[in-house]
Each structure stands twice: as structure tokens, then as C-alpha cells.
Write a protein that binds this ligand. Structure first.
Ligand code: PBG
Length: 325
């Protein structure tokens, strides 16, 4: 079919024609909203590196989650900033830790929204690495038990799903084993299966006070240059029992989202991370781009690449914008 018989513009003339041939649509159902919980009462402090995002104390967090639910967003993911940090991240698996307290409070007040927790030690260790150290390196196998303990304590406090983001080898099977043994076989695991060592996490590390005090995360997070390795990482997590596999970050890795979608039958999540959010916010503040249009275009691209769900700090904005359209 060639011009002049086929004229693609014929189907683009009006919005109704465009709607008829639209292949990808963004929905509030696709959104997961990341939130940060901190100690204290009545705290809602703006996070300077992420305009529009806040540190919430437990009481304020409960209100924010209620608002998120009212917008129709199906899930949140929770990150915690603890009172204390130590070498082994013990405040991360303390039954009375900040995330655990947040979960219990939300469960009491808000029904019917999925509570996901980020499982990782970096917010809880004094050195800021994602596991325990042996010399200057993160000890993979010694970390597994602590991650499983953290996941279990989240679930006991009310988490509906756990999301390990540490990138230790074997953590999905260890968490699965412990949850099953303790009677939580019904709790799904969303694994950060393909997590790259990315500079786009910068604003988050400021928000979560989780930057490593020495070195970097390249010894456990993936090299952004690799796509075949991304498939090996995903295959491992699928075998170990992941229910959802995540690719992170999203924008510079849409080809990876596409590959993972094609190779595996599991639902795919994409994390539209802090640096991606901050770039859009900064350019919009300067009046250089239209925040709403650019955000919807980016998220539609992430969906078109193959993501079934998107973790994004823009979730409440998007939920509102989609109602306006
Ligand atoms: C914890 C974790 C990080 C993010 C999610 N979980 C930071 C990191 O790996 O350094 C980043 C999220 C974002 O940038 O929005 N390991």
C-alpha cells in the first residue's frame, strides 16, 4: 500500500479518529506512588531535590495514603528514614521500625490500597551500602538472611507485597522461602530484577539519606551498558519465584523494558526514578517544557515499551490529569 492509496494522515484528522487507532493508553490502574516516612509527628517536610515530594511522619503519611486511594491509585511503595543506623541495618528489620509503624497505622485507617515496601538495607546502614560489609565489599550471602528478616517484618506489620531492591544474588528465593515458611505464601514479590547502577538515583539518595559513605554500588547494581545480562538477571528472579519483575530506571532503559516484556510472561514494572522526575520538574519550573504534556508522553512511552505498571512520583498528578482529559 503506497501513497496516494494509503494516506496515514486520513486517520489523524480529528481526535475521535486518533482515539480509534490509539495503541497505548495510560490509566490510573498503572500507577504506583512512592512515599517516604520519617519519625516524628505532624511532619510534612518538602524534599528539596524532588519538588512536590515530602517526608511524612506516620500521622501525615496515613492522610497522604488516604488521598492517594481517593484518586483511584491502586498501590503505594514505602521507603523509611529510621531514627538510628548501624553496620548491619538493624533498624530496617526492627518490628517497631519506622516502615513497620507506618504500615500498621495505614492498615488501621485506610482500606483497600496495596502497600508495597522497598526491601533493602541502604537506608538503615551507617555506611549506606545495600548489605553488610566484609572489608570494603558487600557480603552477598550474609545479607540474604537480613533481607528476608526485613521482608518478613514488613509483612507482619501489614505489607501486601515486598519489593527487594538490593541486587544481592539469591534474595528472591530466600525471601520466598521465609515468607512461605511463616505462612505468607500469598504475599507477592515484586523484584527489582534489572536495576542499573544509575546516576538518576541522585535525588532519591538525598531524600532517603542513603548515599554510600565510600565507593559506589557498581559491585552489585548492573552496568547500564548491558542488555543480555538484564535477561539473565530477570531469568534468575523468575526462577526464584518473583511475581512481578521490574526494570529501573525507565527512560534510558526502554529497550530493556521491551526485551523483558518479550522474553518473559510475568507482569513488568518500570521505575520512573527520582532523577527522571527531578529533570522534568526543573525544566518545567524554568518554563522550558510543559510538565503535564511531557510527563504523559514519557509515561506513555514507558507503557508502550512494555511496562504493565509504573512507579512514579508523578502518580497523583497523573491521576488528576487523566480525569481532566
Ligand atoms: C534502595 C533504592 C534506591 C532507589 C529505590 N530503592 C536507591 C539506590 O539504589 O541507590 C532509587 C529510587 C529513585 O531514584 O527514585 N536501594
Amino acid at each position: 500500500m503506497y501513497f496516494p492509496d494509503y494516506r496515514p494522515r486520513r486517520m489523524r484528522r480529528t481526535e475521535n479518529l486518533r482515539r480509534m487507532i490509539r495503541e497505548t493508553s495510560l490509566s490510573v490502574d498503572d500507577l504506583i506512588y512512592p512515599l517516604f516516612v520519617v519519625p516524628g509527628k505532624g511532619v510534612k517536610d518538602p524534599i528539596s531535590s524532588m519538588p512536590g515530594q515530602y517526608h511524612f511522619s506516620v500521622d501525615e503519611l496515613v492522610r497522604e495514603v488516604a488521598k492517594t486511594k481517593d484518586l483511584g491509585i491502586p498501590a503505594i511503595i514505602l521507603f523509611g528514614l529510621p531514627e538510628t543506623k548501624d553496620e548491619v541495618g538493624s533498624s530496617g528489620y526492627d518490628p517497631d521500625g519506622i516502615v513497620q509503624r507506618g504500615l500498621r497505622a495505614i492498615k488501621e485507617e485506610v482500606e483497600d490500597i496495596i502497600l508495597i515496601t522497598d526491601v533493602c538495607l541502604c537506608e538503615y546502614t551507617s555506611h549506606g551500602h545495600c548489605g553488610v560489609l566484609k572489608g570494603d565489599e558487600v557480603d552477598n550471602d550474609a545479607t540474604l538472611e537480613l533481607l528476608a528478616r526485613q521482608a518478613l517484618s514488613h509483612v507482619k506489620a501489614g505489607a501486601d507485597m515486598v519489593a527487594p531492591s538490593d541486587m544481592m544474588d539469591g534474595r528472591v528465593s530466600e525471601i520466598r522461602r521465609v515468607l512461605d515458611e511463616e505462612g505468607y505464601a500469598h504475599i507477592p514479590i515484586m523484584s527489582y530484577a534489572v536495576k542499573f547502577a544509575s546516576a538518576f538515583y541522585g535525588p532519591f539518595r538525598e531524600a532517603a539519606q542513603s548515599a554510600p559513605s565510600f565507593g559506589d554500588r557498581r559491585g552489585y547494581q548492573m552496568d547500564p551498558a548491558n542488555s543480555r545480562e538484564a535477561l539473565r538477571e530477570t531469568a534468575l528472579d523468575v526462577e526464584e519465584g518473583a511475581d512481578i519483575v521490574m526494570v529501573k530506571p525507565a527512560m534510558a532503559f526502554m529497550d530493556i523494558i521491551c526485551l523483558v516484556r518479550e522474553e518473559f510472561g510475568l507482569p513488568v514494572a518500570a521505575y520512573n526514578v527520582s532523577g527522571e522526575y527531578a529533570m522534568v520538574k526543573a525544566a518545567a519550573e524554568k518554563g522550558w517544557i510543559d510538565e503535564k504534556k511531557v510527563t504523559l508522553e514519557l509515561l506513555t512511552g514507558i507503557k508502550r515499551a512494555g511496562a504493565d505498571m509504573i512507579l512514579t512520583y508523578h502518580a497523583p498528578d497523573v491521576a488528576r490529569w487523566l480525569k481532566e482529559i
